[in-house]
Design a protein around this ligand. Structure first.
Ligand SMILES: [Fe+2]
Length: 347
């Protein structure tokens, strides 16, 4: 691409004369609008849970889940100037529910994922079914489904929320409404969805009614078992270690229509080869410890830490101990639009 043409007094006078007519010269902005490679404003960043947790617990004494609707501290990417986003397209936040609290039922067109960080036994209810959550569980609330959260356990419960808020707002397709009561009625027993759709079986004659996986809790115990088996059965892939993607069993596609989710195991002492892709990615350390190098920036992580690698930023992972990373990005949407790209190695 060429650089922008010089701005002569004559040209400037012309630009000034057309501005009141809601016109502007493309040639002044072309290089910013159509970049030769992705130019994200988002920066690589890490949120250390040991630093964030005290703030989160203080918020627990400041406002109730009921009053807040959702008591969430948003993870604000330092490159995005106060925009409620962790990447250009995705929202991330840490949600706290104290013992005995309820986050009242509502629904919205934004899709949400929950990745459980701390606590056992709080529930998320989606369309009449409750699932009890444990650390490492990946839980989905699909677009426009009623959902509420409650904590009947004796300890605080914390999870990471990931939503496609910026995507839905870009398209001006946001709808939201509250349910008539705080807690929606329970219509099916716990585990019903997993039994129906999550056992490599599907009910005969069943047809998907939406674009999101009918499995709404992918329990960590199962995920971890798969990772352990892969690690026993062969060498790690050089860019990703042992990496799996969560799928919609009805289609084989990503579990959510806009957001792709992954989990990977990296052996102790592993150093991955440089890798980049067009989907800015949010990682959560589930187990182990290590660091991720993004250009000149080193992001050190241990369990419950959250870090972000922007679009097209080459990065490598380095582990001190055997580690498990959960991650999510907008790759599901980019693939549908034919936009997703990756580059392996230093090319
Ligand atoms: Fe919600």
């Amino acid at each position: 691409m060429t650089t922008e043409p010089s701005r002569t007094p004559e040209r400037q006078a012309f630009y000034d004369s057309i501005a009141p007519a809601n016109l502007a010269p493309l040639w002044e902005q072309l290089h910013d609008l159509v970049t030769p490679v992705p130019a994200p404003r988002a920066l690589p960043a890490v949120w250390r849970y040991r630093d964030v947790r005290p703030f989160l617990m203080r918020s627990g004494g400041l406002i109730s889940a009921q009053e807040a609707t959702r008591r969430v501290l948003m993870l604000m990417n330092p490159g995005l100037g106060g925009q409620a986003s962790i990447t250009g397209s995705l929202f991330a936040g840490l949600q706290l529910i104290m013992p005995g609290e309820v986050a009242p039922a509502h629904r919205h067109t934004q899709s949400a994922l929950r990745f459980v960080i701390e606590g056992h036994g709080a529930y998320t209810a989606v369309d009449g079914e409750r699932t009890l959550m444990a650390p490492g569980d990946f839980v989905i609330t699909p677009s426009w489904t009623w959902h509420d959260h409650g904590n009947d356990s004796a300890a605080p419960m914390v999870w990471l929320d990931g939503l496609d808020i910026q995507i839905v707002n870009l398209l001006n397709a946001s709808f939201a409404e509250g349910y008539s009561e705080d807690i929606q009625p329970v219509a099916r027993p716990e585990g019903d969805s997993l039994a129906r759709y999550g056992g490599n079986l599907l009910p005969v004659d069943w047809q998907p009614s939406g674009k999101t996986s009918p499995v709404f809790n992918y329990p960590y115990a199962r995920t971890r078992e798969s990772l352990a088996a892969l690690a026993r059965n062969g060498p790690p892939e050089v860019y990703h270690g042992y990496k799996l993607r969560y799928v919609n069993p009805a289609t084989g596609e990503f579990a959510m229509p806009t957001i792709a989710t992954f989990v990977q195991l990296l052996p102790a002492g592993f150093a991955s080869q440089p890798y980049r892709s067009t989907d800015g990615t949010v990682f959560v350390c589930v187990e182990g410890s290590g660091e991720t190098r993004v250009g000149d920036v080193t992001l050190a992580w241990e369990p419950h830490d959250i870090f972000v690698v922007p679009s097209w930023a080459a990065h490598t992972h380095h582990t001190a101990a055997e580690s498990v990373l959960f991650s999510f990005s907008d790759r599901a949407m980019q693939e549908k639009l034919g936009l997703w790209r990756e580059a392996r190695g230093n090319a």
